[in-house]
Design a protein around this ligand. Structure first.
Ligand SMILES: [Zn+2]
Length: 120
């Protein structure tokens, strides 16, 4: 399995295409900028390899804590100096794909801040 860095390195923009053989096509792509089309091509290559390119949700700043309150989930994640936590009002709940995705993004965002990363 390739790393994200290896995948990105294999897709270098060259003239009207990509190192991998992907090419801009006037009939398919119209007047879109090649740089934008190539960026979408690279994201698609990452996703095809099982990598996720996601936008992490922003936290609410609450008395020195960062708190995520997912709209669709019954779970709260938070980070305060020295600890991170998750609180849930459910035991075992039924989650559809949208709820699972939202919950996953909240946990990833909380982990990033807990590791000392910046708030997205
Ligand atoms: Zn490519």
């Amino acid at each position: 399995m390739s790393t994200a860095e290896q995948i990105i390195a294999a897709h270098r923009l060259v003239y009207v295409g990509c190192d991998c053989g992907w090419q801009w096509d006037a009939d398919r792509d119209g007047y879109h900028r090649i740089e934008d089309l190539h960026a979408a091509h690279v994201v698609a290559a990452l996703e095809a390899a099982g990598k996720a390119v996601v936008e992490l949700p922003e936290a609410i700043d609450e008395d020195g804590q960062k708190v995520w309150l997912p709209a669709m989930s019954e779970v709260i994640a938070g980070v305060e100096p020295g600890r991170a936590y998750v609180a849930s009002t459910i035991g075992r709940g039924e989650y559809d794909a949208a709820k699972l995705r939202e919950l996953g993004l909240v946990l990833l965002a909380a982990a990033r801040v807990a590791e000392g990363g910046d708030q997205p």
